[in-house]
Design a protein around this ligand. Structure first.
Ligand code: ZN
Ligand code: ZN
Length: 355
């Protein structure tokens, strides 16, 4: 974790900060390696400390590297003040997107006359580009999702409950080594497939339904995110057409995505094809999102995103069309940006499956 601390220290200098307090759990884990639920990372120009209470101090000593582990007293603010005074820190950053107003007021009162400066994205910027260890974990999380999807296909038939399919997916992923799902599993059949975020319900799958599965798992802290849509029994022509359009748009986006492209340009590849096919209004969300410790992180593949893709970034590519009363189709893969394009991390088949 020493290089991650060093990168953060470089940013302190750029932003004329003497120190920064990191409290967001994914950022805390990224910088320190600590997987527990209570702790603070305080990084100065030359110093780096991990603070936690007596419940976690042993775990922190085992997991944290590159930072000094300090057990704080009843009030963490007292320990923070002592450290900052010892370092001579005057301007101290905090993660303004991730703290409550109450905590900020307490901190400001306790640390005065230190000047608290709101920062955003300090750690998130580094998290966008994954190192080999991170990629290996995401690959494993993706492979587990692929394997779980293959297993759940055997259970898809008229009369099965959406919720039972979600339970089967979750159990299979855990059997394969996942610590849990990366978000609440979506199984949306028939009219519900037109809901982009239709969490599995008690609805029974029926003949003629499109069924969308959107799920993923967490493996050693890292997420996967996979969507496939299948047909049950038969599919009428309008639904087949929707599938064809989404599949073509998804394949086109995968073929086009490469370093140097902005999130907006990537989104436009899929969106223009879907618009030309007459489904522009039916593709109401963005093309994809970054993936890592968090299920949604930077960069975004969206019409408003000027973020530039770089090798080592991991993003989802997930166009969809949703027609109320008819149904919806979404196809989503996880990819890593390579020096000359992108490489898939999820490999579930995407030819139309009618079960
Ligand atoms: Zn998804
Ligand atoms: Zn996604």
């Amino acid at each position: 974790m020493r290089d991650r601390v060093a990168r953060l220290q470089d940013k302190l200098a750029e932003r004329e900060l003497d120190a920064v307090l990191i409290t967001e759990p994914h950022n805390r884990r990224y910088i320190s390696g600590f997987t527990g639920t209570a702790g603070y990372v305080l990084v100065g120009r030359r110093e780096a400390v991990f603070l936690t209470d007596f419940r976690y101090v042993e775990q922190a000593r085992a997991q944290v590297s590159g930072l000094q582990v300090v057990r704080h007293g009843a009030q963490v603010t007292d320990t923070l003040r002592e450290l900052l005074q010892a370092w001579g820190a005057r301007r101290v950053g905090f993660e303004q997107e991730h703290v409550s107003v109450g905590w900020w007021e307490r901190l400001r009162a306790a640390l005065a006359p230190v000047e608290l400066v709101g920062t955003s994205g300090l750690v998130e910027e580094s998290r966008m580009v994954k190192d080999e260890g991170e990629l290996a974990r995401i690959r494993r999380a993706a492979a587990i999702a692929d394997q779980a999807f293959r297993a759940v296909l055997d259970l898809v038939r008229p009369g099965v409950r959406e919720r039972d399919l979600a339970v089967a997916l979750e159990r299979t992923m855990q059997d394969l080594g996942a610590s849990g799902p990366s978000f609440e599993i979506i199984v949306a059949s028939g009219w519900r497939s037109a809901l982009p975020h239709g969490v599995a319900s008690d609805k029974l799958v029926e003949k003629g339904d499109l069924v969308t599965f959107d799920f993923g798992c967490v493996y050693e802290g890292y997420c996967s995110d996979l969507t496939r849509t299948v047909g049950v029994g038969f599919l009428d022509e309008p639904k087949r057409r929707m599938y064809e359009v989404v599949e073509e748009a998804q394949r086109a986006a995968l073929a086009a995505i490469r370093p140097g492209m902005t999130g907006r340009e990537a989104d436009a590849v899929a969106r223009s094809l879907i618009e030309e096919a007459g489904f522009g209004e039916a593709f109401g969300h963005s093309l994809g999102h970054g993936l890592g410790l968090a299920i949604h992180e930077s960069p975004r593949l969206a019409a408003q995103s000027e973020e530039v893709l770089r090798p080592g970034m991991v993003v989802t590519v997930e166009p969809g069309v949703y027609v109320p009363g008819v149904g919806g189709v979404r196809i989503e893969d996880d990819v890593v940006i390579t020096p000359d394009g992108c490489a898939r991390l999820t490999f579930s088949p995407k030819e139309l499956l009618i079960l």
